[in-house]
Write a protein that binds this ligand. Structure first.
Ligand code: ATP
Ligand code: MG
Length: 140
Protein backbone atom coordinates (compact mmCIF):
# COMPACT_ATOMS: atom_id res chain seq x y z
CA UNK A 1 0.00 0.00 0.00
CA UNK A 2 1.21 3.50 -0.82
CA UNK A 3 2.39 6.07 1.70
CA UNK A 4 -0.30 8.74 1.90
CA UNK A 5 -0.98 11.96 3.75
CA UNK A 6 -4.25 12.83 5.44
CA UNK A 7 -5.54 15.94 7.17
CA UNK A 8 -6.56 15.80 10.83
CA UNK A 9 -8.19 18.22 13.27
CA UNK A 10 -8.22 17.78 17.03
CA UNK A 11 -11.53 19.54 17.67
CA UNK A 12 -12.43 22.08 20.42
CA UNK A 13 -13.84 19.45 22.81
CA UNK A 14 -10.43 17.74 22.72
CA UNK A 15 -8.26 20.85 23.19
CA UNK A 16 -10.54 22.12 25.97
CA UNK A 17 -10.07 18.89 27.94
CA UNK A 18 -6.28 18.96 27.39
CA UNK A 19 -6.35 15.78 25.29
CA UNK A 20 -3.85 16.78 22.56
CA UNK A 21 -1.13 14.50 23.91
CA UNK A 22 -3.46 11.58 24.65
CA UNK A 23 -4.90 11.66 21.12
CA UNK A 24 -1.49 12.14 19.50
CA UNK A 25 -0.29 9.03 21.37
CA UNK A 26 -3.15 7.02 19.83
CA UNK A 27 -2.30 8.41 16.36
CA UNK A 28 1.38 7.49 16.71
CA UNK A 29 0.61 4.06 18.20
CA UNK A 30 -1.41 3.33 15.04
CA UNK A 31 1.73 3.87 12.93
CA UNK A 32 0.88 7.34 11.63
CA UNK A 33 3.53 10.08 11.72
CA UNK A 34 2.57 13.67 12.60
CA UNK A 35 4.51 15.51 9.84
CA UNK A 36 2.90 18.93 10.45
CA UNK A 37 0.95 20.34 13.38
CA UNK A 38 -0.24 23.71 14.67
CA UNK A 39 -2.71 24.97 17.24
CA UNK A 40 -5.00 27.64 15.81
CA UNK A 41 -8.32 29.33 16.34
CA UNK A 42 -10.16 29.01 13.04
CA UNK A 43 -12.46 31.76 11.80
CA UNK A 44 -16.15 31.35 11.14
CA UNK A 45 -15.45 31.69 7.40
CA UNK A 46 -12.83 28.91 7.55
CA UNK A 47 -15.21 26.61 9.45
CA UNK A 48 -18.05 27.29 6.99
CA UNK A 49 -15.78 26.60 4.04
CA UNK A 50 -14.27 23.50 5.61
CA UNK A 51 -17.68 21.91 6.28
CA UNK A 52 -19.49 23.46 3.26
CA UNK A 53 -20.53 19.97 2.06
CA UNK A 54 -22.84 19.89 5.13
CA UNK A 55 -24.32 23.38 4.74
CA UNK A 56 -27.86 22.11 4.04
CA UNK A 57 -27.84 19.81 7.10
CA UNK A 58 -29.79 20.85 10.22
CA UNK A 59 -26.67 20.66 12.40
CA UNK A 60 -24.54 22.97 10.19
CA UNK A 61 -24.89 26.12 12.33
CA UNK A 62 -24.18 24.21 15.53
CA UNK A 63 -21.16 22.51 13.89
CA UNK A 64 -19.64 25.83 12.78
CA UNK A 65 -20.19 27.42 16.23
CA UNK A 66 -18.59 24.39 17.88
CA UNK A 67 -15.52 24.49 15.61
CA UNK A 68 -14.83 28.15 16.50
CA UNK A 69 -15.62 27.78 20.23
CA UNK A 70 -12.03 27.00 21.27
CA UNK A 71 -8.64 26.35 19.64
CA UNK A 72 -8.15 23.35 17.38
CA UNK A 73 -4.97 21.48 16.43
CA UNK A 74 -4.60 20.98 12.67
CA UNK A 75 -2.28 18.22 11.53
CA UNK A 76 -0.93 16.35 8.54
CA UNK A 77 -0.53 12.62 9.18
CA UNK A 78 1.62 10.37 7.00
CA UNK A 79 1.77 6.61 6.66
CA UNK A 80 0.77 3.56 4.66
CA UNK A 81 -2.87 3.96 3.69
CA UNK A 82 -3.05 6.95 6.05
CA UNK A 83 -6.53 8.09 4.98
CA UNK A 84 -8.34 4.82 5.74
CA UNK A 85 -6.05 4.02 8.65
CA UNK A 86 -6.85 7.28 10.43
CA UNK A 87 -10.61 6.83 9.79
CA UNK A 88 -10.23 3.42 11.52
CA UNK A 89 -8.34 4.94 14.47
CA UNK A 90 -10.96 7.72 14.80
CA UNK A 91 -13.95 5.35 14.88
CA UNK A 92 -17.55 6.03 13.85
CA UNK A 93 -18.90 9.61 13.79
CA UNK A 94 -21.26 8.75 16.68
CA UNK A 95 -19.08 7.68 19.63
CA UNK A 96 -21.79 5.35 20.91
CA UNK A 97 -21.35 3.38 17.67
CA UNK A 98 -17.55 3.57 17.56
CA UNK A 99 -15.42 0.46 18.10
CA UNK A 100 -13.48 -0.07 21.32
CA UNK A 101 -10.05 1.58 21.54
CA UNK A 102 -10.85 4.17 18.85
CA UNK A 103 -10.29 7.87 19.56
CA UNK A 104 -14.01 8.68 19.43
CA UNK A 105 -15.04 5.72 21.63
CA UNK A 106 -12.37 6.66 24.17
CA UNK A 107 -12.69 10.46 24.16
CA UNK A 108 -15.65 11.90 22.18
CA UNK A 109 -18.50 13.59 24.05
CA UNK A 110 -21.26 13.24 21.42
CA UNK A 111 -21.97 12.87 17.69
CA UNK A 112 -21.31 16.60 17.28
CA UNK A 113 -18.46 17.06 19.76
CA UNK A 114 -16.52 14.06 18.54
CA UNK A 115 -12.91 15.09 19.18
CA UNK A 116 -11.36 14.52 15.73
CA UNK A 117 -11.74 15.04 12.00
CA UNK A 118 -9.99 12.99 9.31
CA UNK A 119 -10.16 13.35 5.52
CA UNK A 120 -12.44 10.88 3.74
CA UNK A 121 -10.66 10.62 0.34
CA UNK A 122 -7.29 11.41 -1.30
CA UNK A 123 -8.92 14.34 -3.17
CA UNK A 124 -10.31 15.86 0.03
CA UNK A 125 -7.05 15.23 1.90
CA UNK A 126 -5.14 17.30 -0.67
CA UNK A 127 -7.73 20.11 -0.59
CA UNK A 128 -7.88 20.20 3.23
CA UNK A 129 -4.09 20.09 3.71
CA UNK A 130 -3.69 23.01 1.28
CA UNK A 131 -6.36 24.96 3.17
CA UNK A 132 -4.26 25.01 6.37
CA UNK A 133 -0.59 24.33 5.48
CA UNK A 134 1.96 25.59 3.00
CA UNK A 135 4.41 23.03 1.59
CA UNK A 136 7.37 24.14 3.70
CA UNK A 137 5.39 23.59 6.94
CA UNK A 138 5.13 19.85 6.20
CA UNK A 139 8.27 17.96 7.12
CA UNK A 140 8.14 14.21 6.54
P1 ATP B 1 -15.47 14.57 10.13
O1 ATP B 1 -15.85 15.07 8.74
O2 ATP B 1 -15.49 15.67 11.17
O3 ATP B 1 -14.20 13.80 10.10
P2 ATP B 1 -17.23 12.31 9.81
O4 ATP B 1 -16.66 12.24 8.42
O5 ATP B 1 -17.15 11.11 10.67
O6 ATP B 1 -16.58 13.51 10.61
P3 ATP B 1 -19.50 13.74 8.73
O7 ATP B 1 -20.73 13.04 8.30
O8 ATP B 1 -18.55 14.24 7.67
O9 ATP B 1 -18.74 12.76 9.75
O10 ATP B 1 -19.94 14.93 9.68
C1 ATP B 1 -19.05 16.02 9.93
C2 ATP B 1 -19.17 16.43 11.36
O11 ATP B 1 -20.45 17.01 11.57
C3 ATP B 1 -19.11 15.28 12.39
O12 ATP B 1 -17.79 14.89 12.70
C4 ATP B 1 -19.81 15.92 13.56
O13 ATP B 1 -18.94 16.80 14.26
C5 ATP B 1 -20.90 16.73 12.88
N1 ATP B 1 -22.14 15.94 12.80
C6 ATP B 1 -22.41 14.92 11.93
N2 ATP B 1 -23.65 14.43 12.13
C7 ATP B 1 -24.17 15.15 13.14
C8 ATP B 1 -25.44 15.16 13.82
N3 ATP B 1 -26.39 14.28 13.48
N4 ATP B 1 -25.63 16.06 14.81
C9 ATP B 1 -24.67 16.95 15.15
N5 ATP B 1 -23.46 17.02 14.55
C10 ATP B 1 -23.21 16.14 13.56
MG1 MG C 1 -16.55 13.92 7.10
Amino acid sequence: MAVERTFSILKPDATERNLTGAINAMIEKAGLRIVAQKRVRITKEQAEQFYSVHKARPFFGELVEFMISAPVVVQVLEGEGAIARYRDVMGATDPSKAADNTIRKTHAKSIGENSVHGSDSPENAAIEIAQFFSGNEIVG
